[in-house]
Write a protein of this length. Structure first.
Length: 105
């Protein structure tokens, strides 16, 4: 019989600054990628306007991007089990993906 590994997993806490505490609203997202990075732009499209104002940009590696998608899908599944199916036919909000970037730098 093998002895169990008694290593303790370190506790990680999350701190959020006052500037970020309120969050940033977004109803439009754009996702682009290169071989090494995924770039998520979150913005706002106002009614009767044709310009999207980017509010936040997140740049991350492919592994983290995939973990993010899996965690988001898990949370969506839990949400829908509790509150019902999320409808997506709203034409105002959208997520857009663009072509792969050959080079970012």
């Amino acid at each position: 019989m093998m002895e169990k590994d008694n290593k303790k997993v370190p506790q990680i806490s999350i701190e959020i600054s006052k500037e970020l505490e309120r969050g940033i609203y977004s109803n439009v997202a754009s996702i682009i990628h290169s071989q090494d990075e995924f770039i998520f732009d979150f913005g706002i499209l106002m009614p009767n306007r044709s310009t999207i104002v980017v509010q936040s940009r997140i740049i991350t590696n492919p592994s983290h991007a995939k973990k993010f998608v899996l965690a988001l899908q898990d949370n969506i599944n839990k949400y829908e089990m509790k509150f019902g199916t999320i409808k997506t036919e709203d034409s105002f909000s959208e997520v857009q993906t663009t072509q792969t970037l050959d080079k970012i730098h």
